[in-house]
Design a protein around this ligand. Structure first.
Ligand code: KG4
Ligand code: ZN
Length: 339
């Protein structure tokens, strides 16, 4: 049973195709998280339709809020602060969530704070029992970003490298689409790769020999496309072999650059997060490398690799506790916000 000395932060996520609400308690950590996935809404279109995403966020925001409050046995007036995803993401989708957050905060007379979606992913392992501590290296791998950075403290992030073209999740999704898998493709491709065989294809490992910590996945994607088009009547085994080799190539590149960054910056802790951190082949490669270097590796639990409100509630909570809050009641989003 909560007593009121607690500080309760409501989190709302609506940057893309998941509508989510969560509650983070100062005393007890995460006490509620609810999510509505829009996969069914967008499936027939083969990707996210922004207008449909916004409408779903509006439709599911309040029911998810109610379910979160019920889950934590609270009423809305118990909430002390509200965090919402301010960007980056789809403009209309962000506006749906921020409008809900700002109206609630205004009505309740409590502070609100727009949170950076990527900072949510970056700090999501802090929702787990075993937490990293600053400083650590972060490999952030999502549908929109591939970033290596050093996290020195809350809000103190030093960019080391990033993708010069496609994000790694985007490359997964595009290759998945190419070989006829549905949306969202990353997890489907990973499933198919389980039946793939080693040594049947030889895909490039882009940027591995470059001295920097940047990535590039569009050349690999084109290479896979050409291999696929050269196959006359590919059967399921061919597609599984392609999926396998693609996953290996991506995993090798991400792991090798991460290793370089750990050594160069002499860091003993590594956080891997974002949607692609759910990939088990990547995790196996990273874990092996981490063990060889004596580096401790942290991931979010699988359900918090992809978009969720728990990470937004957590990050909002950390900043609200420091007294940070939105300067005005205006509903402002930032679809291309840089971390
Ligand atoms: O972090 P996220 O939910 O959304 C963004 O902020 O972008 O990441 C979504 C991305 C998608 O590209 C999806 O295909 C990919 O994460 N993804 C995966 C897996 N699960 C999700 N990629 C590879 N393997 C997976 N198991
Ligand atoms: Zn995300």
């Amino acid at each position: 049973m909560l007593i009121k000395a607690d500080y309760l932060t409501l989190g709302i996520e609506s940057s893309c195709d998941e509508t989510a609400v969560a509650i983070f308690s100062e005393r007890e950590g995460l006490i509620a998280h609810q999510l509505h996935s829009q996969i069914k809404t967008h499936f027939d279109y083969g990707g996210v339709v922004p207008e449909l995403a916004s409408r779903d966020h509006i439709k599911y925001g309040l029911p998810l809020l109610k379910r979160s409050l019920d889950e934590a046995n609270l009423v809305v007036s118990d909430i002390d602060g509200i965090a919402y995803t301010k960007g980056p993401g789809l403009a209309g989708a962000l506006l749906s969530g921020s409008a809900l957050a700002k109206s609630l905060a205004f009505g309740l007379g409590i502070p609100s704070l727009g949170v950076h979606h990527l900072e949510g992913h970056l700090l999501s392992p802090f929702l787990e029992y075993q937490k990293p501590s600053f400083p650590f290296l972060s490999l952030l791998v999502s549908g929109g970003h591939t970033i290596l950075l050093v996290a020195n403290g809350l809000g103190d992030y030093q960019l080391l490298g990033q993708s010069l073209d496609d994000a790694v999740g985007e490359a997964f999704d595009k290759v998945a689409k190419l070989i006829g898998l549905g949306y969202p493709g990353g997890a489907e491709l990973a499933k198919l790769a389980l039946d793939g065989r080693a040594g049947l294809f030889n895909f490039p490992r882009p940027m591995l020999n470059k001295d920097n910590l940047d990535f590039s996945f569009s050349g690999l994607k084109t290479f896979v496309r050409n291999v696929f088009l050269d196959l006359k009547n590919p059967n399921r085994q061919d597609l599984a072999d392609i999926a396998y080799e693609f996953e290996q190539a991506v995993g090798d590149v991400l792991t090798s650059k991460t290793e370089k960054a750990l050594v160069q910056n002499n860091l003993q802790q590594l956080v891997v997060s974002g949607g692609v951190s759910a990939n088990k082949t990547l995790r196996a490669k990273i874990d092996k490398m981490g063990a060889q270097l004596g580096v401790q590796t942290f991931y979010p639990r699988f359900e918090f690799c992809t978009d969720n409100a728990a990470m937004i509630a957590l990050v909002g909570h950390l900043y609200l506790q420091q007294g940070k809050k939105d300067a005005s009641d205006d509903i402002i989003v930032n679809p291309s916000w840089e971390l």
